[in-house]
Design a protein around this ligand. Structure first.
Ligand code: FPP
Length: 246
């Protein structure tokens, strides 16, 4: 029996976000270079995207490259960018076949032109798909996103387009890179680290956090199901009491 049978399909998280960590350590354990871990990480990406779509999860967001990742050795950054281009080229058919829409969040202008262009092409080709939205966080940092939102709102205030009293949660949401996405319900981080690392700080306000020791390249659909089952056992109170909920 697969763990999948224990999932309540009617109570799926609407938005799962994943910090895909441990590629480097996975490779090192095998006596290989870090890039070998990233290559195998792309297989786990493929499995997880298909696994989520098959279950009926509407939104999956993957932390593929952070603003801080630019500080990694040049060769590793180059390899990650090449992997992105080749994965996008390779997976376009799978995205279309599975009716998945691609989306990207982050400082996309900072990406190499080739990545930017490939990304824009796939986003455009899949824009009408509606089974699931797959969002790649690329050159993404939550603080950068918030600075960007504050800047945009300030300009609008300065130009009398909005008044300061009108600044509320909804207005801030509309100025984030994630403006078209619902809040995160379940945040998964692999590799045993228990931190958020500047990922979706605003959007995880009420998310359930799930940490697993599995390195990202070893993350299978059974691990995904385990995380969802664990999520479904939790009581999400959103600040209320248990009694109020029942
Ligand atoms: C973290 O592992 C992983 C990354 C920084 C990159 C994730 C990228 C991929 C899985 C491949 C490309 C993605 C797509 C969407 C096709 P780490 O290098 O920090 O591992 P470590 O903590 O063990 O060093």
């Amino acid at each position: 029996m697969s763990l999948k049978d224990n999932i309540n399909i009617k109570q799926l998280p609407e938005h799962i976000a994943i910090i895909m960590d441990g590629n480097g350590r996975w490779a090192k354990q095998k006596g290989k270079l870090r890039v070998f871990g990233h290559e195998n990480g792309t297989r786990a990406v493929r499995r997880t995207v298909e696994g989520c779509a098959e279950l009926g999860v509407k939104n999956l967001t993957l932390y593929a490259f952070s603003t801080e990742n630019w500080n990694r050795p040049k060769l590793e950054v180059q390899t990650l960018m090449k992997l992105l281009i080749s994965s996008l080229k390779k997976e376009i058919k799978t995205l279309q076949k599975n009716n998945i829409k691609l989306n990207a969040i982050g400082d996309l202008k900072a990406l190499p032109t080739k990545v930017h262009k490939e990304l824009a092409d796939v986003i455009d080709l899949t824009k009408d798909n509606n089974r699931m939205t797959l969002t790649l966080a690329l050159s993404y940092g939550s603080r950068d996103e918030l600075i960007n939102a504050v800047t945009q709102i300030s300009i609008k205030v300065k130009n009398n387009i909005i008044s300061p009293e009108k600044i509320d949660e909804s207005l801030i949401n509309q100025h984030l890179y994630t403006r078209n996405l619902p809040d995160v319900d379940l945040l998964i981080r692999t590799s045993g680290e228990q931190r958020i690392s500047n990922f979706l700080l605003w959007q995880i306000a009420y998310a359930e956090l799930y940490f697993t020791n599995v390195f990202w390249p070893d993350f299978t659909n059974e691990h995904l199901y385990e995380a969802i089952i664990n999520y479904q056992k939790r009581e999400r109170r959103f600040g209320k009491t248990s009694e109020q909920l029942s």
